[in-house]
Design a protein around this ligand. Structure first.
Ligand SMILES: NC(=O)c1ccc[n+]([C@@H]2O[C@H](COP(=O)([O-])OP(=O)(O)OC[C@H]3O[C@@H](n4cnc5c(N)ncnc54)[C@H](O)[C@@H]3O)[C@@H](O)[C@H]2O)c1
Ligand SMILES: [Zn+2]
Ligand SMILES: [Zn+2]
Length: 361
């Protein structure tokens, strides 16, 4: 029997989000229904609401979540009802050319539930990143459920489902930060601060946090930044160079998603260094760089999809490190809020008041 639950939808471009009744079908083959316990508010949810990802309104928002598997469809073997899981938005297929070549973190055919969740009048919903977890329950592909130790609270564990994994992975997987490296992180929200945590974990010698908001820089320092630069009052590129012997950082992680910050990352990096773009740009954004500089400065210009993570490998590992006290995932949770507070949480994110607001159900 299809179930009726409450969920937060974005009805149209820049329209306020609202709580609506959502119809959740029984799980079909390869699918699972998950009872959501907590879901963080990520900047990508705001991008969806603004129409900056695509036009497939209405969206069922939320994609950074943990919960309990309620029921599974035919043929599901990886999880069973009662399992405590973090939802992931890149369920690896195992079949595509990337998977077959042993690079499943690049999987080119990640999958979601086949059936659609709808409004009461039958309008099909587009779940954000194939998840839609600002809801009491959601329908996903079983491969999107990654089992972890239930000892870690859902409002903390769920953060690994997107921003924190994306940031830590941008440093340790995509950027390949190693012992003794100098790192700069531009944009110190949830994702950027996670890149700082990842860089520290990897043994970076210097971690320079760059933001336009002093409150974010103070928090970045608590998270492990060794130096901070307010790029509203000082030049980001010059400051990073000064702090790195005049050369630039080995790895610069851009966690804003704008051409001007990408350009800063490009020039703030040492020769043969690496730029990691983890911020998500919107479709109209363009980049204009002298091709000679792209050639002459060498190194690697990479994007980081979901921190190039493998959920089944990385979520349990990071949960372990958290339990051992080697990283502090709880430090990302600024506040817990209710399902009706997502619009307010977007405003607070926009104002820079929070690292993560987490909807708790
Ligand atoms: N690649 C991925 O897989 C992935 C996953 C999750 C989120 N993201 C993206 O990462 C980005 C950050 O997400 P978030 O949740 O941390 O957002 P957030 O709003 O919490 O943080 C953004 C930070 O950037 C700072 N900022 C804004 N403009 C700046 C500028 N010009 N220079 C320096 N700092 C500036 C803000 O003050 C804020 O601290 C977004 O674009 C989001 O869509 C990407
Ligand atoms: Zn996200
Ligand atoms: Zn694949």
């Amino acid at each position: 029997m299809p179930q009726h639950v409450q969920g937060v939808i974005a009805p149209g471009r820049n329209e306020p989000v609202r709580v609506e009744t959502i119809v959740i079908p029984d799980p079909g083959p390869g699918e699972a229904v998950v009872k959501i316990q907590a879901c963080g508010v990520c900047h990508t949810d705001l991008h969806y609401k603004q129409g900056a990802i695509n036009d497939e309104f209405p969206f069922l928002l939320g994609h950074e979540a943990a919960g309990i598997v309620e029921s599974v469809g035919e043929g599901v073997t990886e999880v069973e009802p009662g399992d405590y899981v973090i939802l992931n938005w890149r369920a690896v297929c195992g079949q595509c050319r990337a998977c077959r070549r042993g690079r499943p973190w690049y999987c080119f055919a990640t999958h979601n539930a086949k059936q659609k969740m709808t409004l009461l009048d039958g309008t099909e919903l587009s779940p954000a990143l194939g998840i839609g977890a600002f809801a009491e329950k959601t329908l996903v592909a079983a491969g999107q459920c990654t089992k972890v130790d239930p000892a870690v609270a859902p409002e903390v564990a769920g953060l690994l489902g997107c921003g924190v994994m994306a940031g830590i992975g941008a440093a340790i997987n995509t950027g390949n930060v190693g012992r003794g490296d100098t790192v700069a992180v531009i944009g110190c929200g949830g994702v950027g601060d996670a890149a700082i945590v990842g860089s520290r974990l990897a043994g970076a010698a210097k971690i320079i946090a760059v933001d336009i908001d002093d409150r974010k820089l103070a928090k970045a320092k608590e998270m492990g930044a060794t130096h901070t630069v307010n790029s509203r009052t000082s030049d980001a590129v010059e400051s990073i160079r000064e702090l790195t012997g005049g050369f630039g950082a080995d790895v610069v992680i851009e966690a804003v998603g704008r051409p001007e910050t990408y350009e800063q990352a490009f020039y703030a990096r040492d020769l043969a260094g690496t730029v990691v773009l983890v911020g998500v740009p919107s479709p109209e954004m363009r980049l204009d760089l002298p091709l000679l500089d792209v050639f002459g400065r060498g190194g690697a210009l990479k994007s980081s999809w979901y921190g190039d993570c493998l959920p089944s490998r990385d979520f349990p590992m990071l949960i372990d490190l958290h339990q051992q006290g080697r990283i502090d995932l709880a430090a990302f949770v600024t506040e817990t809020v209710g399902l009706g507070d997502v619009e307010k949480a977007f405003a607070r994110m926009h104002e820079g008041d929070v690292l993560r607001s987490v909807v708790v159900l």
